[in-house]
Design a protein around this ligand. Structure first.
Ligand code: PLP
Length: 339
């Protein structure tokens, strides 16, 4: 499908065909060159480690067209560093920060007509993927890897406004183990989150809030986003836990919160203390911030603000971050990388 026929403002969050993806392969102790592939398929051995033993991790970041018409990536080097952290946890070879960022630039460049125009609220979603490709029957790490960056244009997350959602804590399911792989962005963590996600949806809750897997007493994170809460005395609070993903959006929002004069607290947040918050949000690359109106925990329902409208502080943080990403306000922290 040519990009000229795309209705940017009404795109969803799903795969659309593009001009191609980029790939580099690791074998005999070194990475080969980045190459462009046009067809969205990779030939693979049926015994490839990633298929059986889950040696697979990924990243997610976005490219934007700014108000001045430049194409930019948001902090790709942080995603590169996080991929290295994920890879280390599951014994994989990871691309260097330089190779990672270059692959992101290349994938954006070959798909430049799929980077949505400024003003549509849409963006290009980049999905770097690292997989173990060696045929392995005994359980051990692969010695060959493929690093891929595929892209797909995605629409504005809030077509109908910035509207709050309801979340639930499901104590029957954990996403990660106390000393497991929750900090890594590895494929298996998402497989583990599918069932509780489905159960919650059936109960009418679009998102799940996972509690800490050791005691089920503290907030960990939502299925695909970090937890942030704002208190009446202007504190920005977010959990510090060994089993959650270190969100790059959350990291940026903490900096912006400090710019706005808020105090940032990172530490344990007890589930039964959720009534301290006047605003709660789920933050991540896809939506920046999803306002959360309520959290159901056992028989208690905690509510934050209004069911039909996001709170003032989270709205300001959202606008500040999006403003930087779209080049509407100065990139005062140097977060944008030109493609
Ligand atoms: C489990 C989980 N937590 C948090 C996040 C948010 O991270 P980021 O802000 O880097 O997108 C994501 C999304 O990538 C995620 O999958």
């Amino acid at each position: 499908m040519p990009s000229t026929s795309l209705d940017w403002k009404n795109l969803g969050f799903s795969y659309l065909p593009t001009n191609g993806f980029v790939q580099a392969d690791f074998a005999e102790g070194k990475w080969g060159p980045l190459t462009v592939k046009k067809e969205p398929y990779i030939p693979m051995h049926i015994a490839a480690n990633c298929l059986h033993y889950g040696q697979a991790c990924f990243e997610g970041l976005k490219a934007f067209t700014t108000k001045a018409g430049k194409r930019v990536l948001f902090r790709p080097e942080r995603n590169a560093e996080r991929m290295q952290l994920s890879a280390e946890r599951i014994c994989m070879e990871a691309p260097s920060v330089g190779l990672f960022v270059e692959a992101c630039r290349m994938a954006t460049e070959i798909n430049k007509d799929f980077v949505p125009p400024y003003g549509t609220g849409a963006s290009l979603y980049l999905r770097p993927l690292l997989i173990g490709t060696e045929p392995t029957i005994g359980v051990r790490a692969s010695s060959t890897y493929s690093f891929i960056v595929m892209v797909t244009p995605v629409g504005p997350y809030y077509k109908d406004g910035f509207s709050p959602v309801q979340a639930i804590v499901l104590e029957d399911y954990d996403r990660a183990a106390p000393k497991g792989t929750g900090r890594a962005k590895m494929a298996g963590n998402y497989a583990a989150s599918l069932k509780p996600g489905q159960v919650a949806k059936k109960m009418g809750y679009p998102i799940v809030l996972f509690s800490d897997p050791k005691e089920n007493r503290y907030v960990d994170e939502f299925g695909t986003s970090n937890f942030i809460g704002i208190t009446a005395d202007r504190q920005y609070k977010t959990p510090e836990s060994g089993s959650i993903l270190q969100s790059i959006t959350n990291e940026a929002l903490q900096v912006l919160a400090k710019d706005m004069g808020l105090t940032v607290f990172r530490g344990p947040i007890a589930l039964d203390s959720l009534d301290q918050f006047t605003e709660v949000g789920a933050c991540g690359t896809a939506a920046v911030i999803t306002p959360v109106y309520s959290v159901q925990f056992r028989e208690r329902k905690f509510t934050f603000g209004r069911p039909d409208k996001a709170g003032e502080t989270l709205t300001r943080l959202y606008q500040d971050l999006q403003g930087i990403q779209y080049g509407e306000i100065p990139d005062r922290h140097g977060w944008l990388t030109a493609v």
